[in-house]
Design a protein around this ligand. Structure first.
Ligand SMILES: [Zn+2]
Ligand SMILES: [Zn+2]
Length: 134
């Protein structure tokens, strides 16, 4: 099944198409995501390799840890991807989808740094740290 959707940064300089077939979407509560996103967590959607196609690539890159490169639009600053090197599974910031309807949060990671008072997403698998299981 193909569920093809479009996405972009806030200013529109970065654009992509993504096939959501087999996707997973989750919240990351790690401190890096809190800093990078400017809020309590960031939400990413991951698809199998080959299902993300850039129409115009993000031209900004930040290496905040030895694990990942975060790519962003250098014009408007929108965080676009979290790329984990050889484990890169095409993680895009879910909020950059033009139409995120129907996407459910199925997991949450790094819940040990979840903001006080913020409840778990009902039904979402919870992980204290990172995981490759999701
Ligand atoms: Zn932009
Ligand atoms: Zn994170």
């Amino acid at each position: 099944m193909v569920d093809l959707r479009a996405g972009s940064c806030l200013c529109g300089a970065v654009r992509y198409e993504i096939n959501l077939d087999g996707h997973r979407t989750g919240n990351c509560h790690c401190r890096d995501c809190q800093k990078n996103g400017g809020g309590p967590f960031m939400t990413f959607t991951t698809v199998p390799q080959g299902q993300l196609r850039w129409l115009s690539r993000p031209d900004g890159a930040a290496r905040a840890s030895n694990k990942a490169v975060r790519r962003f639009c250098s014009h408007c600053g929108t965080p676009m991807t979290w790329d984990g090197g050889e484990n890169d599974n095409n993680n895009v910031s879910t909020g950059t989808l033009d139409d995120p309807s129907g996407l459910a949060i199925s997991y949450e990671i790094f819940t040990r740094s979840r903001w006080a008072g913020l409840p778990p997403v009902p039904g979402a698998r919870q992980y204290e740290g990172g995981t490759s299981q999701y």
